[in-house]
Design a binder for this molecule. Sequence first.
Ligand code: 13P
Length: 337
Amino acid sequence: MNLVELNKIANALVAPGKGILAADESSGTIKKRFDSIDVESTEDARRDYREMLFRTTEAMENHISGVILFDETIRQNAKDGTPLVKLIQDAGSIPGIKVDKGAQDLAGAPGEKITEGLDGLRARLNEYYELGARFAKWRAVIDIAGNDIPSGYSISTNAHALARYAALCQEANIVPIVEPEVLMDGDHDIDRCYEVTEFTLKTLFDELYAQDVALEGTVLKPNMVISGKKCKEQASVAEVAEMTVRCFRQSVPAALPGIVFLSGGQSDVEATAHLNAMNEQYSDQMPWGLSFSYGRALQAAPLKAWSGKAENVPAAQAAFNHRAKMNGLAQLGEWSD
Ligand code: 13P
């Protein structure tokens, strides 16, 4: 493991004014996104869509530090034969790869999930490194439902798997992004989200320590502390910012170079406003870089503008440019709507 190199990549992912584009939708998820714009999810359509994003030069060069890819995409070429990975690298951005194989039912815990994908991971990571990946992502899914979900069992098994994945990544000189996503579905209030997120993060960092993962070469991708989508009382932007930063200060070690949020179903403007409020008001209290690793909050507007038509590419790229720029400003705490 080359910790100096890992640390350099981790810091680059949270460089000032920049964050990550999560474009690693699995085949099932991208089909759902394409269904929403009435486009059939063929290999060519997926290529055209992602090529459109990666050729958005202004956004890619100035605001996108790295791009998370799906297995198909890291092997795919643009229409003119250029590898998609090269488009990302040529824009000065870092290619990354989703390596988990999705969440499955956790035995003995009805309603809870465990993320799979550890078998054979060492060999896959070595191949992804050769293909250009310098960071990876593994997402654990923690649901909140009633008083009994999540169980301590589901949190600890997911944290254990995240740490095993992270240790294997570092062995392969790939920066692990560890993503324990506490879902915002449900009617729970923001206090319940705080409690579950804090417990999850403390458990995760215990496991990373137990498995000797170097925090200097790791990035955290968490949810924000936020009200459940169906909760009657929705917390304000100021409350989300204050409680999220407080939660992280309690549970995330200072040695970690960066934290990059998932958007998790927030609207694109909400995701920008929350990130901006944290960086604007609390930058002096945060030892880590705080940025974005958004999927939906970066792609919803360009996906809609594109709608599968070549003639819409300029409009889609303008939409992607705009959101990337707004989130870049939010990383600096300089965004206003
Ligand atoms: P969203 O920002 O759409 O939640 O996606 C980010 C991601 O990579 C989830 O794993």
